[in-house]
Design a protein around this ligand. Structure first.
Ligand code: GLA
Length: 403
């Protein structure tokens, strides 16, 4: 209550929203959580524990394995990086054993490679993993992150409540802005509102946050990916409409290259995250990615769809049982389109889809150059009444592009 009052007073003086010029297109990078969780056992698992070694190794692989050249730039630390206590001045401290050089050193390491460093905190009293939260320390933590040279802040919402978030997330936005250091601001705020069975005020959220989590954590499974796609397809609260340069909905990390998805399912995730204009934050061991997964993660066509400058979020335009059609307008003139036939069923054989172009919104009578989205193979110049024939594998996708 007192916290809410203090923040209400602080916020009365806020006139500007988020103004950091970041996330013009969806951010691309790497994030440790899904793959590495809160593994702090560096004695027994030194190559995979949450430590500076993990993040420098990922940064190195991001460069040497070609990810950086494709546009991946943020290396993001998630939970469990801190000491369990702040120091005597109330400043956050990175775990002294696992991050012996400290966070400023790690940020310098990233910057020297042309990369960026992201960090994780929580708006509540503790992080989800039980480390010190930012409640009552928002401004101090924003200043600490700026002094370390941090480039992205993910602010989680465990151990708090959604009433306080209404003030706290905007306050952190202000404090980040006031540091003068551009730090991309990732808010978990709406996800907690959704968990409370309410509909978030997405316009308000978009005025304070660059990207935001709307829904549950991704797990390394098809069930999880399918559930997320369904949530975003339902678009409850019309969050798709607030996406655009500077603001993106975040359906959570990319798990292509991990353990849980078949090749078809990996194609689904990568193509759907491209269509949804989602942040592409991969949570995989970049030192060790199978060639077919790496080809998806580095696909020029999928990245181009994701990074399209108009920044609109693709939408589900049709649903018939497990078969869905999604489209994303492309280009500043909105004349191009990426379109997907998605088969969310995980049994049986391939489904046949025969669609006329106009049925998916391609109505320009001059026609379109149509290509297959994964290979770029030219299908033909098609007019609105021409038919696309596609075969869509179980838990699979057929992707097309029309210009
Ligand atoms: C929450 C977030 C995850 C991750 C964990 C860390 O569950 O949604 O993305 O950051 O906390 O504890």
């Amino acid at each position: 209550m007192i916290f809410t009052l203090i923040l209400s007073v602080t916020l009365c003086s806020i006139s500007q929203g988020l103004d950091n010029g970041l996330a013009v297109t969806p951010p691309m990078g790497w994030l440790s959580w899904e793959r590495y969780r809160c593994n702090i056992d560096c004695d027994n698992d030194p190559d995979n524990c949450i430590s500076e070694n993990l993040y420098t190794a990922m940064a190195d692989a991001m460069v040497t394995e070609g990810y950086k050249d494709k546009g991946y730039e943020y290396v993001n630390v998630d939970d469990c990086w801190m000491e369990k206590e702040r120091d005597a001045n109330g400043t956050l401290v990175a775990d002294r054993k696992r991050f012996p050089h400290g966070m400023k050193w790690l940020a310098d390491y990233m910057h020297a490679k042309g990369l960026k460093l992201g960090i994780y905190e929580d708006f509540g009293t503790f992080t989800c993993g039980g480390y010190p939260g930012s409640e009552f320390y928002l401004q101090k933590d924003a200043e600490t992150f700026a002094s370390w040279g941090i480039d992205m802040v993910k602010l989680d919402g465990c151990n708090s409540n959604i009433q306080d978030m209404e003030y706290g997330y905007p306050a952190m936005s202000l404090f980040l802005n006031q540091t003068g250091r551009p730090m991309l601001y990732s808010c978990s705020w709406p996800a907690y509102v959704v968990f409370s069975k309410q509909i978030p005020d997405y316009k308000k959220i978009a005025s304070y946050c660059n990207i935001w989590r709307n829904y549950a954590d991704i797990q390394d499974s098809w069930d999880s990916v399918r559930g997320i796609i369904e949530f975003y397809g339902n678009d409850t609260g019309n969050f798709s409409l607030v996406a655009g340069p500077g603001n993106y909905n975040d359906p959570d990390m990319i798990i292509v290259g991990d353990y849980g998805l078949s090749y078809d399912q990996q194609r689904v995730q990568m193509a759907m995250w491209a269509i949804m204009s989602a942040p592409l934050l991969i949570s995989v061991d970049l030192r060790n990615v199978k060639p077919e997964a790496k080809a998806l993660l580095q696909s020029d066509i999928l990245i181009r769809i994701n990074q399209d400058a108009n920044g609109s979020m693709g939408k589900r335009i049709m649903k018939n049982g497990a078969m869905e059609i999604w489209t994303k307008k492309l280009g500043f003139d909105f004349k191009g389109m990426a379109f997907a036939f998605l088969n969310l069923d995980d049994g049986g054989g391939p489904l046949r889809v025969n669609m006329r172009l106009y049925e998916i919104g391609l109505t320009n009578t001059e026609g379109y150059n149509v290509t297959e989205g994964f290979t770029g193979e030219f299908i033909g110049v098609l007019k609105p009444y021409d038919v696309i024939n596609a075969s869509v594998n179980p838990s699979g996708i057929w992707l097309g592009m029309a210009y």
